[in-house]
Design a protein around this ligand. Structure first.
Ligand SMILES: CC(C)(COP(=O)(O)OP(=O)(O)OC[C@H]1O[C@@H](n2cnc3c(N)ncnc32)[C@H](O)[C@@H]1OP(=O)(O)O)[C@@H](O)C(=O)NCCC(=O)NCCS
Length: 180
């Protein structure tokens, strides 16, 4: 069966690239005039979702946001630029990388302030998980990110197993203490 333009078998990383720019206003900042971490995470989530939508062309939900480095503070009045693209598509999930820069509007300085990896899962209109197209990495950087994404997925899965085992042991210990 041939693919349609809205549901191809594969898409390039370039076709998922997304960008958002925000001006940092008083509502976004803490008492020292620096951007709140939670607000930055919100912007990261939105920009990440844009890349995931462009890849899957369906509904997506955030399954995980991991490995966020807050490298430098962002100040009131700065222009925040966020760029995202899909690093790798799996079966129903996609890893997206988001990189964030802050621009001082007076001096013009433009610095990298944060990076994050997120996992989005594609869902159909009934909320069932939906397969996503394959991702084609083309440039050396895209290929490196593609390979790294698999390592991070394996690490996430191992961590998830470890956390479940810890929770199981904690429950068993609690039940044992209550029973004694
Ligand atoms: C994300 C969600 C759809 C996964 O559903 P699930 O039934 O647990 O799905 P599964 O365990 O079968 O995994 C489905 C896919 O999601 C991935 N996934 C699930 N949980 C994950 C996690 N915590 N981190 C990374 N990937 C995850 C799996 O690896 C799998 O990927 P694949 O199909 O590409 O191999 C479900 O947990 C959910 O709806 N969570 C709430 C999402 C949400 O509301 N987000 C906004 C929060 S503020």
């Amino acid at each position: 069966m041939s693919s349609t333009p809205t549901n191809p078998i594969a898409r390039t990383v370039a076709s998922t690239q997304s960008e958002m720019t925000e001006i940092i206003l008083p509502n976004d900042t803490n008492t020292m005039g620096s951007l709140l971490g939670g607000r930055l995470m919100h912007f990261i989530d939105l920009t990440g979702a844009m890349a995931a939508y462009r890849h899957s062309r369906t509904n997506v939900v955030t399954a995980a946001m991991d490995h966020i480095d807050f490298i430098r503070p962002v100040h009131l009045g700065d222009l925040l630029t966020l760029k995202s693209s899909v690093n790798r598509a799996f079966s129903t999930s996609m890893e997206v990388g988001v990189k964030v820069w802050a621009e001082n509007t007076r001096t013009g300085s433009f610095v990298h302030v944060a990076s994050a990896y997120l996992v989005f899962v594609a869902l159909d209109n009934q909320g069932r998980r939906q397969r996503v197209p394959e991702l084609i990495p083309e440039t050396p950087n895209e290929i490196r990110r593609y390979e790294d994404a698999l390592r991070r997925r394996e690490h996430r899965e191992a961590e998830s197993v470890r956390r479940r085992e810890e929770a199981r042991m904690a429950t068993a210990a609690l039940e044992g203490a209550q029973g004694s």
